[in-house]
Design a binder for this molecule. Structure first.
Ligand SMILES: [Fe+2]
Length: 163
């Protein structure tokens, strides 16, 4: 794939992924307002856009590095940068008196820190059958079984998804 086309595929992937995430929020709003047909349409479009995003991602698959390179990018760049971004955002929100948003950023920073710990654990353990349980509210990941209550955001076990 030539560079210009690749950039377009990457850009489209980011845009459609963001659009799909937004549609899910629009669906929640429509549901709250009692407009269930509109909510269903937003949900349907969100799933459609996720399918488009996956197709685009598959086109980029050949452009990704080895597992070693991908781990280096994820765990030495992307996740630490995201964690730093959340921590800075948390301080700015706190300074602006936005306590709820500041708490959200703090929880997200904690979740990213846990991702780094999970990778370290993966390096030091020989088990190959660890399952991951993800809090669908804050993103906290627990190994092997969901907690009774999320230690980060206190969501109940029913909010956890198993991978
Ligand atoms: Fe949580």
């Amino acid at each position: 794939m030539d560079k210009t086309t690749r950039r377009e595929v990457e850009k489209s992937f980011l845009e459609v992924s963001r659009a799909a995430a937004r549609k899910k929020i629009y669906a929640l709003r429509a549901e709250q307002d009692g407009e269930s047909q509109l909510a269903r349409l937003f949900r349907a479009i969100a799933i459609s856009e996720e399918a488009q995003a996956t197709r685009l991602l598959l086109q980029l698959r050949g452009q990704t590095g080895t597992n070693y390179q991908n781990c280096k990018t994820s765990f030495e760049e992307e996740i630490p940068n995201l964690k730093k971004q959340y921590e800075q955002a948390m301080e700015k929100a706190a300074a602006a008196g936005e306590r709820a948003i500041s708490s959200l950023f703090a929880q997200s920073a904690k979740v990213e820190r846990i991702h780094l710990n999970l990778k370290k654990k993966l390096e030091t353990t020989s088990t190959k059958d660890t399952s991951y349980h993800i809090c669908s509210f804050c993103g906290f990941i627990m190994e092997n079984h969901p907690p009774e209550k999320c230690p980060v955001c206190t969501a109940p076990a029913s909010r956890f998804k198993n991978i």
